[in-house]
Design a protein around this ligand. Structure first.
Ligand code: ADP
Ligand code: MG
Length: 226
């Protein structure tokens, strides 16, 4: 395998492991995500996300014969089609755009993933027009990508970049608590949205937590090899 183990090429199976890990975390956190949405929305975020990701993993049962980009696009499309509300088109569209950016290549690396996740962010902001500080997905996503890139530039591998991204996403998620929502359903509450953590920023932190776990698991497997 080329390069250091931490830089081993990533494939479609890696993407599917990431999505399955995320689906598992969303299932575990479903009630919590829904409670967060009950405070400033309509109490469906955990239910929406769980429905979408459960459907996505059954729509893409294995990675054979698919490129990594194809897996992400299929997952994104399923989420768009099965999840109503704001989060379905935003999350699903983000994953689909990330998949498009990965294209048809069989392998990708951490730099390709950064570019793909940037394309995902562009899609989310293109559709939802939210900026950092509006109390949305974007508040976790933007700092996570910045931390991911910083760690890669400092010579880190995928697992350490994903770890920094997860930490930054969690910090961004917590930063939504004192904010007043300016986008989405929570914005209808005006100042009453202050003091509550944003559900979409919380599930975005799970996206990066799942990436970290998947990357660490992959690293452990490659390090076991002689
Ligand atoms: P809905 O608000 O339609 O019930 P969900 O409850 O599933 O959909 O998702 C709510 C989450 O969607 C919010 O917590 C917020 O993070 C995210 N969201 C809403 N509007 C936007 C937007 N314009 N840009 C980015 N994220 C948004
Ligand atoms: Mg909702």
């Amino acid at each position: 395998m080329a390069g250091r183990d931490g830089d081993a090429p990533l494939d479609a199976a890696f993407v599917l492991e990431w999505i399955r890990e995320l689906a598992g975390q969303i299932r575990e956190q479903r009630d919590y995500l829904t409670q967060l949405d009950a405070a400033i929305g309509d109490a469906d975020h955990g239910i929406n996300m769980d429905r979408g990701f459960t459907e996505a993993i059954s729509a893409v049962p294995h990675a054979e014969g698919r490129s990594p980009g194809d897996v992400l696009q299929a997952v994104g499309r399923t989420i768009i089609n099965t999840v109503g509300g704001a989060a379905g088109p935003l999350f699903g569209g983000g994953l689909r755009s990330a998949g498009k950016r990965l294209g048809e290549q069989a392998y990708f690396d951490a730099e390709d993933l950064l570019a793909a996740m940037r394309a995902g962010l562009e899609s989310i902001q293109g559709l939802g027009a939210a900026a950092v500080g509006d109390k949305t997905i974007v508040d976790a996503y933007v700092p996570a990508l910045e931390a991911f890139e910083r760690e890669l530039r400092a010579g880190g591998d995928l697992a350490s970049a994903a770890a920094r991204a997860r930490e930054a996403a969690e910090e961004g998620m917590r930063s939504t608590i004192p904010l007043q929502a300016r986008k989405g359903r929570a914005s209808y509450l005006g100042p009453r949205s202050v003091g509550h953590q944003d559900p979409g920023a919380t599930s975005t932190a799970l996206l990066f937590a799942a990436l970290e776990r998947t990357a660490r698991a992959r690293l452990a497997v490659t390090e076991e090899r002689p």
